[in-house]
Design a binder for this molecule. Structure first.
Ligand SMILES: *[C@@H]1O[C@H](CO)[C@@H](O)[C@H](O)[C@H]1NC(C)=O
Ligand SMILES: [Cu+2]
Length: 179
């Protein structure tokens, strides 16, 4: 039997559900490939390109070159550390390769226009301190530049986003398909 109260509750939960439903992001079909561990620049401790401008709905695809790198989202203020609230994107150590590109890539969709700072969390060789970091959608009118991020990273202590080195979040691991 419907009482006024149960009808109101039903209406309220319906509204909550619909407003909380994540807005689907329409894919633009654009893919930005970023190579982790360029073999030429900075002894391989480098993302290329390290400064990318992308639109909402674009895909970002990390291709991993030799050594054992990761991608971890951070804030500008705390280089080499994952986002404090645990919501960041990270790839895990799933892409070690000795030659060529790793068989899989790490891929995620750009969800907003906020700057997305990231670093490699490999501590064996201090990758983040040595400049292995990058940004998507840096605000070019502000003073939060990748150069400043890297400067602060030199004295930062690298933190892992998870105790499990293989855990990943906020993206998917998919086969590396040749172009
Ligand atoms: C990659 O590095 C991480 C962190 O140092 C380590 O836990 C993992 O075992 C390494 N993976 C391989 C395949 O060497
Ligand atoms: Cu690295």
């Amino acid at each position: 039997m419907f009482t006024t109260k149960s009808l109101l509750l039903t209406a309220a939960s319906f509204l909550t559900l619909t407003s909380a439903a994540p807005q689907a992001i329409k894919s633009t079909g654009v893919v930005h490939r970023i190579f982790a561990g360029s073999t030429v620049e900075n002894g391989g401790l480098h993302f290329e390109p390290q400064n990318v401008v992308a639109s909402i709905g674009d895909a970002i695809e990390f291709h991993f070159l030799p050594k054992n790198h990761t991608v971890v989202q951070s804030s500008f203020d705390k280089p080499c550390e994952p986002l404090a609230d645990g919501s960041g994107v990270f790839s895990g150590f799933n892409f070690r390769t000795d030659a060529g590109e790793a068989p899989n890539v790490f891929r995620f969709t750009v969800k907003n226009n906020e700057p997305f700072w990231y670093y490699c969390s490999q501590t064996n060789g201090d990758h983040c301190q040595k400049g292995m970091s990058g940004v998507i959608n840096q605000n070019f009118n502000g003073d939060k530049t990748l150069a400043r991020y890297k400067e602060k990273a030199k004295t930062a202590v690298t933190k892992q986003p998870s105790a499990d080195p293989l855990k990943f979040q906020g993206g998917e691991i998919v086969p590396n398909k040749p172009l």
